[in-house]
Write a protein that binds this ligand. Structure first.
Ligand code: 73E
Length: 808
């Protein structure tokens, strides 16, 4: 109560649910601060090697339940709220969802933070404090419309502003050459614009509350010095305007997942947070050290994709230009400090900034990149005499068309380890984008299959199942998910199966209520909850699922006397605002839903829902309720996937292709407990190499596919605009069906049919569902982070001393 009055400034009678959320969050925060300071102090005293996870995205979601649960004070808090006549759920629901990320890449960063803190690893997250997170998605007339996500509107009780932690970051200007004190050629970056990066810290509470790490996010602040040039011209307003514009750097997250836009502001965001983070890392290091030689023994910097890869040139600049290190020494230190994770092979997502843009925005970095490239190519030339094609592929500069800097090549060259995010993806990296680099540096690429945190994705999101598991095997699984394998034998226990089903049913009821609230649609709790939740993207093939939906709808209408297994098709996901095809797919799903859900001839045996505004909070409700998990990307295109892991851990059976981590999920859960279909990555590769296929022939030979496509193209779902779906039909036919939707359709339907038949046998279905949960232990992000710690970072757990001053 005292927090409500003194920190929120309200009387209990006037307090809203939001006020209560702030009150509870502040009370929780107070419990964290001492342990947070103890943790930081321990790292400092032990001069521990730290790992710095640089990421343009951290998709953390809500933090109240997470903090309460990790601190072990959930019940205590619930009881305190009870006494005040408040419901925990209402308070929890008042927290905005921190959506500082697009999808898997950002959520992975958030899972890693949880895993590092839960295992006592000295890990820091560095990113941007976007004022606007990922847009809010609404459907208007079935079309996606984007609204700004103002998550900070009412303040953020979790963060601590650090106005004293402030670093200058420069842009534009030019490079001056001069002679240093010993007469050597040296460079300085002059006449540049300056922006300040100000730190905001959020405590990252590890499970058990022993270790509290830090997520440091940078916010752009204008400098206080005015541009006197403009001033003297009398252009006072122009000067002020420029200062205001500089704060746009941290205004908004780019809403593109695995697609590159190439906008200058994006490059500036990347450099802004990377430069501030490196300055902060060096400042921390220099508190203990005088020479930089030990930097790689005290700091591991992980690049989450190439978004912070400019950091390689930036560290070189800081070491060479500001700290006067010799080039070769600086390069050795840089390479021994950085490691790089690649998350996608999609060509459109491989960052390649125009040379002219980098020259203008970061002139000194362009010089440094040229220098790194020249030294590397010279060395390589000596070995690969005459193979110019190979040299041009290895170059940091793509000379075809407008000259561009290949950020992936820069990241590879400047790192001691480079990793992919699933076994298949890592193999494909070696065969495709990094083929030549892999030949050149055969020990550099390694695999680190992604994982998910069992705290958020099982313990918090699925209390029904968590409690059941704990009654049977104890609570060790929460911090050591490998222990969940002890459930395997329970799959044979009829009583346990009944209880497992009961937990699932409870989650399905919760989701059904959510669906009714969000869409007005009533769904059957006893139908198969067939779930595809992820970004809308052609390679993820929501269209394949829609085509199956239409085919199933037709079969049900044709055979009304058959006793069908009822199915609820549940979709959710955002489309990048400029991705027209993905937005058209959203409209199609909504149009199909309208027709199917209102057709009495299917007797409620089929429902289709597309839930709006998919985010971490929605995922926490949807995932525990799923029966069937759709992981149906074109083989070779999904680097890993992590939703696949969340769903399987929560006892959904996967229907999927042999893509990304699905391959490893099959190995762990067993081929009998997963529905695999479709072409393999090798088959896709061979098909493409041989010039593709003719989708028209495939369609002509499959009546149910033909009928579904004809319905789409003749306007059966869009009577108000019969040509609306022409672009989709075109892409699947004359367009050559790049994502092989038609090629995989028949086998997908076979797998769907097998799933429906199995569902009739509830005992057998549950047995397999339990085996999924029991065999997913390896996919904990604790395992992933430990592999990084041991094989890449060389960092070790530190156990904070909580006996010191101020400990409560
Ligand atoms: O397969 C997922 C992977 O599970 C992949 O598509 C995703 O990363 C996940 C985590 O490893 C991903 N996101 C991006 N690239 N790959 C990306 C690229 C540019 C901007 C934003 C996100």
């Amino acid at each position: 109560m005292e927090w409500l009055v003194y920190s929120v400034g309200k009387d209990a009678r006037a307090a809203t649910r939001r006020d209560w959320f702030h009150t509870v969050a502040l009370a929780v925060r107070d419990r964290v601060v001492d342990r947070w300071m103890d943790t930081t102090r321990s790292y400092y005293h032990e001069d521990a090697k730290r790992v710095y996870y640089l990421s343009l995205e951290f998709l953390i979601g809500r933090l109240l339940t997470n903090s309460l649960s990790n601190l072990g004070i959930m019940d205590e808090c619930r009881q305190a709220l009870d006494r005040l006549g408040l419901s925990m759920e209402d308070v929890v629901d008042a927290e905005p969802d921190a959506a500082l990320g697009n999808g898997g890449l950002g959520r992975l960063a958030a899972c890693f933070l949880d895993s590092m803190a839960s295992q006592g690893l000295p890990g820091y997250g560095y990113g941007i404090r976007y004022e606007f997170g990922l847009f809010e998605q609404r459907f208007e007339n079935g079309w996606q419309v984007e609204y700004p996500e103002q998550w900070l509107q009412f303040g953020n009780p979790w963060e601590f502003a650090r106005p004293e932690v402030l670093y200058p970051v420069q842009f534009y200007g030019r490079v001056e050459e001069f002679r240093d004190s010993v007469g050597e050629r040296a460079y300085r970056w002059v006449d540049a614009d300056r922006v300040l990066a100000m730190a905001y810290d959020t405590p990252v509470v590890g499970y058990g509350g022993e270790t509290i790490n830090t997520l440091r996010l940078w916010s752009a602040r204008a400098t206080r010095d005015f541009n006197f040039g403009h001033f003297n011209d009398g252009a006072y307003m122009k000067a002020v305007e420029q200062k205001i514009l500089s704060e746009n750097l941290s205004r908004v997250l780019y809403p593109n997942d695995a697609t590159e836009t190439g906008k200058e502001l994006r490059l500036k965001q990347e450099y802004f947070f990377t430069s501030a983070s490196l300055q902060d890392i060096l400042r921390r290091y220099l508190q203990h050290h005088t020479s930089f030689d030990n930097l790689p023994n005290k700091a591991a910097i992980q690049l989450n994709d190439t978004h912070p890869a400019i950091g390689i040139a930036e560290l070189m600049r800081l070491l060479v230009d500001q700290h006067a290190l010799r080039w070769d020494n600086a390069w050795e230190i840089t390479r021994a400090t950085f490691a790089y994770t690649n998350h996608t092979l999609l060509p459109e997502a491989l960052e390649a900034w125009p040379v002219r843009m980098i020259e203008r925005v970061l002139p000194r970095h362009m010089q440094i990149i040229y220098e790194i490239n020249a030294k590397f190519l010279n060395r390589t030339k000596a070995k690969a005499a005459g193979d110019n094609a190979r040299l041009s592929r290895l170059s940091l500069i793509d000379e075809r068309g407008e000259r561009r800097v290949r950020m992936g090549n820069l990241a590879f060259l400047g790192s001691h380890h480079v990793n992919g995010v699933s076994a298949l993806h890592t193999d494909l990296m070696k065969q495709t984008v990094f083929h030549d680099f892999h030949e050149e540096f055969p020990d550099r690429i390694n695999n680190k299959t992604n994982g998910i945190t069992p705290r958020r994705w099982l313990k918090q999101a699925n209390p029904a199942l968590s409690e059941l598991i704990t009654t049977r095997i104890g609570q060790g699984w929460i911090s050591d998910l490998s222990q969940i394998s002890a459930l395997s034998e329970k799959a044979e226990d009829v009583v346990f199966r009944e209880e497992f089903r009961r937990a699932k049913r409870k989650n399905k009821k919760r989701l059904a209520a959510y669906i009714a609230r969000q869409t007005g649609e009533e769904v059957l709790v006893d139908s198969i909850f067939d779930v595809q939740v992820k970004r809308m993207h052609e390679y993820k093939r929501q269209l394949l699922n829609v085509l199956h939906t239409i085919a199933l709808y037709n079969e049900m209408r044709d055979n009304p006397t058959v006793s069908w297994v009822p199915v609820t098709k549940i979709f959710a996901g955002k489309a990048a605002p400029s991705y027209h095809m993905a937005k058209l797919i959203i409209k199609l799903i909504n149009d199909v839903a309208k027709v199917v859900n209102h057709d009495p001839s299917v007797h409620d045996n089929l429902k289709v829902v597309l839930l709006p505004n998919y985010n971490v909070t929605a995922a926490e409700i949807i995932i525990p309720a799923a029966d069937l998990s759709e992981q149906i990307s074109t083989a070779g295109m999904e680097a890993s996937g992590t939703g696949n892991m969340k769903l399987a851990l929560n006892g959904a059976l996967t229907i999927g292709t042999l893509d990304g981590a699905n391959v490893e999920i099959r190995e762990h859960v067993g081929a009998d407990n997963i529905f695999i279909f479709g072409m393999t990555a090798d088959e896709v590769n061979d098909l493409r190499a041989s010039g593709g296929f003719n989708p028209r022939e495939v369609i002509a030979s499959n009546p149910s596919l033909k009928r579904a496509l004809d319905m789409i193209s003749t306007g059966a779902f869009s009577p108000d605009d019969r040509n609306r779906y022409h672009p989709i039909v075109q892409a699947l036919t004359d367009g050559g069906d790049h994502f092989l939707v038609t090629a995989d359709f028949a086998d997908y339907c076979r797998a769907q049919d097998a799933a429906m038949q199995l569902y009739r046998d509830q005992e057998e279905w549950t047995r397999k569902a339990i085996l999924n949960t029991a065999n997913m232990g390896w996919f904990s992000s604790d395992r992933t982070v430990n592999e990084y710690a041991e094989e890449i970072w060389d960092v070790h757990p530190v156990h904070p001393n909580h006996d010191g001053e101020g400990f409560r």
